[in-house]
Design a protein around this ligand. Structure first.
Ligand SMILES: C[S@@+](CC[C@H](N)C(=O)[O-])C[C@H]1O[C@@H](n2cnc3c(N)ncnc32)[C@H](O)[C@@H]1O
Length: 268
């Protein structure tokens, strides 16, 4: 399967800067255990404490678990440490290599593939759990990728997916900041959105960023059953200008209504 322009832009983005890193020096140190520990602390601490709750690592013990778009591999490693038999696929060579290094350093077995979510190299009905957080809104063939997740799941298997949420405060803040600093007029909406990814400038590096409502997510999960949808995260580190000043108490109900991720938990 040939890579689309969106796939090539995704590779360019995360080859340039490993996701979750906040600076050039942190990016250069990606792959070391010190960076991994900092990443975990930030992800499960202030930024995305909902992730371990949604993924429910203890439920993965003894299960065949696949992560689509594992990035640096923070969640996949936690799935492995919880006793899951873990498989991963990612499109970006930089992330594939970094993730391999973390698993080797922590001496955990893993089955990692460099490849495209639109064409999964796994047998049909081979996985108990498939999850993908913050990935399938960066591809132009989201529906096909979800179809692939469905194919590789065993009947009764669990699918968890998180996509960016259209009706969210981070989206609103991004637009307001774009109006204030002139980037919305200069770059246009699509390129402005792409700058939410670290290392993307919206000009040379401009990953595809799509946003979904809860209703749209439910629609594209067509074949799945028992679909449970929830909203999470305020993306503190990504909100331009004000993100770092937002107090934690601001979350709660606000986050559950206007958060940055629309998340589904569904059954095949
Ligand atoms: C923002 S990062 C998220 C990484 C990780 N899931 C997390 O939550 O930290 C997006 C990841 O999706 C991967 N990706 C994007 N499009 C993909 C595709 N079509 N197939 C597989 N991986 C893809 C990128 O390479 C990148 O590692």
């Amino acid at each position: 399967m040939a890579l689309s322009e969106a796939n090539l832009q995704a590779q360019a983005t995360w080859n340039n800067r490993a996701c979750g890193t906040l600076s050039e020096s942190e990016n250069e140190a990606a792959g070391t255990l010190e960076t991994f520990n900092r990443l975990v602390e930030r992800r499960y601490g202030r930024n995305d404490p909902w992730v371990p709750i949604v993924l429910d690592f203890p439920s993965m013990k003894g299960k065949e678990v696949l992560e689509i778009g594992h990035g640096q591999g923070c969640d996949l490693l936690h799935a492995a440490m919880a006793g899951g038999h873990v498989h991963g696929i990612d499109l970006t060579p930089n992330h594939h290599e970094i993730c391999k290094r973390y698993f080797a350093a922590l001496k955990r077995p893993v089955d990692l593939h460099l490849g495209n979510a639109g064409e999964l190299p796994f047998a049909s009905e081979s996985m108990d759990i498939v999850y993908s957080l913050g990935v399938l809104h960066h591809t132009d063939n989201t529906v096909r990728c979800i179809g692939e997740a469905y194919r590789v799941l065993k009947p009764g298997g669990t699918f968890k997916i998180a996509l960016y949420h259209f009706w969210s405060l981070p989206h609103l803040w991004l637009l307001m900041a774009g109006i204030i600093d002139g980037n919305l007029r200069r770059l246009g909406y699509r390129r402005l959105l792409s700058r939410i990814e670290g290392g993307a400038d919206g000009v040379e590096i401009s990953p595809l960023v799509k946003l979904y409502s809860a209703r749209q997510l439910r629609t594209i999960l067509g074949d799945f059953s028992n679909i449970d949808i929830s909203i999470h995260g305020l993306a503190y580190d990504r909100i331009p200008l004000v993100g770092r000043f937002i107090p934690k108490w601001f979350g709660g109900a606000v986050e559950r209504r206007w958060g940055w991720y629309v998340v589904a938990n569904a059954k095949k």
